[in-house]
Design a protein around this ligand. Structure first.
Ligand code: SAM
Ligand code: SF4
Length: 329
């Protein structure tokens, strides 16, 4: 079992497959990716598989593949198939995607062992979708949601980053979308992890405000009194409609005390927090020919360094140099 110095058990591994992306979401990667990392610094699928296998043996139960845009990486299906061989110890294999190429791949991914997907969707209006993401692909993302449902990659979750003045007028429309499409729409507060370093506190729409706006039109109630290790407070509609609302408020309602996550970047660095200012080079350990025992010792020592909490709300907060697109959201 992986336990940190603050008695938190680590059960959730997020693996970034690439820092490349075909979207340009203004809150993530507005000016495109940094220059291409040397290809040999990016972990191979064999290395990812070995690392994930060790993590599963150490008690990781959930693996989420992310990025950048994970579906850009060639043959993700093969990796999914290899990772799903770790079931049933691995209880949940998920993918976060912008929906790109999902319609034609959803069924195969499901067949090879992917359990579920989270799809990002920040606006239901074509013009605003393009303003936010830099691409004119709202219809494609809507098709991806349908394809995910059809393939049984459920529960399908939708991530919407809410930013003041950009899409906060669409919150109730999103709640309606959740009801009509029987999906979980999760509203996420904008975090200071954008490559443009444009984040300002005034741009954050507090989770509480989002909940109140929805509640006025579609009354909602908490599904559970405690959220356990989940980052989202999940709500159901009081009129028993289908669909669910999730509110993820890392800025205004910090949830670090229950964090069970650890992250692996595309170039093989372990990050113990989204907001860490340091990383731990697992890639070099693996490539140095270390024994399995040495790798386990390295991972356990890194986990002990997991930060008690982030410091977004401190006056001396420094935005990490790596952005969400690199760390893997
Ligand atoms: N490209 C995929 C996608 O967009 O779903 C996966 C990677 S993306 C970095 C993962 C999640 O992080 C997305 O849901 C995205 O909306 C969210 N995200 C990116 N930048 C963010 C930020 N600055 N604050 C809050 N969430 C952010
Ligand atoms: Fe790409 Fe996802 Fe970042 Fe948007 S949020 S730029 S789709 S990595």
């Amino acid at each position: 079992m992986l336990k940190d110095a603050h008695d938190r058990i680590i059960r959730d591994l997020r693996v970034s497959l690439t820092d490349r992306c075909n979207f340009r979401c203004f809150y993530c990667l507005p000016n495109g990716e940094p220059p291409l990392a040397r290809k040999d610094t990016i972990l191979t699928f064999e290395e990812i598989e070995t690392i994930c296998g060790i993590f599963v043996d150490l008690g990781i139960e959930k693996i989420r593949l992310t990025g950048g845009e994970p579906l850009i990486r060639k043959d993700v299906e093969k990796l999914v198939e290899k990772l799903s061989a770790h079931k049933p110890k691995l209880k949940d294999l998920a993918l976060t995607t912008n929906g790109h190429t999902l319609p034609e791949r959803a069924k195969k991914l499901k067949r090879l062992g992917l359990d579920r997907v989270t799809i990002s969707l920040d606006s239901l209006k074509p013009g605003n979708f393009k303003d936010i993401t830099g691409v004119d692909k709202l219809d494609d993302v809507l098709k991806a949601i349908d394809a995910a449902k059809e393939a049984g990659l459920e529960p399908v979750k939708i991530n919407a980053v809410v930013v003041r003045g950009r899409n906060d007028d669409e919150v109730v429309d999103f709640a309606e979308f959740a009801r009509e499409n029987d999906v979980s729409v999760r509203f996420i507060e904008f975090m200071p992890l954008d490559s443009g370093h444009e984040w300002k506190r005034e741009m954050v729409v507090p989770g509480r405000e989002i909940r109140d706006k929805i509640n006025e039109v579609f009354p909602i109630r908490l599904k559970r009194k405690s959220r356990g290790v989940e980052t989202a407070w999940n709500y159901e509609f009081e009129d028993s409609s289908t669909g669910e609302i999730g509110i993820i408020a890392p800025v205004t309602e910090m949830f670090c005390g229950a964090c069970s996550r650890i992250r692996l970047t595309a170039d093989g660095q372990i990050r113990t927090c989204l907001f860490s200012n340091s990383e731990h080079n697992l890639r070099d350990v693996i490539r140095s020919g270390a024994s399995r025992e040495d790798i386990v010792d390295f991972i356990k020592a890194v986990v002990l360094k997991k930060e008690a909490s982030h410091h977004i709300n401190d006056s001396e907060f420094v935005q990490p140099s790596r952005t969400m697109s690199f760390i893997g959201g």
